[in-house]
Design a binder for this molecule. Structure first.
Ligand code: FES
Ligand code: FES
Length: 159
């Protein structure tokens, strides 16, 4: 007979709401977000911290949620794509993605918006060379767009 997994208390803020849960020590943050909280805007791709589609904001900084344990977020604040448009930079970027064709299949889009929001909030994107922009966004892969529409959207949102 299998021994039941030990559960640990987890208290954090998600998209502005306080959340309390009991999770096993091995529960990944991305699974906690998608399965326990049913916030499925955060996607799962490579699962090894490479593609960035699982990006969320943790205390205002983008992190790969596949590469963190849920318990590491105890007492901290998370914003997923569902809550991110409360940030003006994200709302502008989301609209610019639509205007500039920043997505095709859309699988990477929530990750792009998380990373792009963090970039817009800290850098003058209009002044960045394309190579620097590509490097700054390299943590989030896109298999469809060739990045042209994504870069146009970032520049438009920065204006
Ligand atoms: S699924 Fe997390 S980085 Fe790819
Ligand atoms: S829009 Fe399809 S992976 Fe980026």
């Amino acid at each position: 007979m299998q021994t039941p997994q030990q559960l640990y208390p987890l208290n954090l803020t998600v998209n502005g709401a306080e959340v309390s849960a009991q999770v096993p020590s091995t529960r990944r943050l991305v699974d906690f977000i998608r399965e326990d909280l049913e916030l499925t805007g955060t996607k799962v791709g490579c699962e090894v911290g490479f593609c960035g589609v699982c990006s969320v904001m943790l205390d205002g900084e983008p992190v790969a949620a596949c590469h963190m344990l849920a318990l590491q977020t105890d007492g901290r604040e998370i914003q997923t794509i569902e809550g991110l448009s409360a940030r003006p930079a994200c709302a502008k970027l989301r609209d610019a993605f639509v205007d500039e064709g920043g997505f095709q299949c859309g699988f990477c889009t929530s990750g792009q918006l998380v990373m792009g929001t963090a970039l817009l909030e800290k850098h003058d994107v209009c002044e960045m060379e394309t190579a620097d922009l590509a490097l700054a966004m390299a943590g989030t892969s896109c298999r469809c767009t060739g990045y042209y529409g994504i870069h146009r959207a970032l520049r438009k949102a920065a204006q």
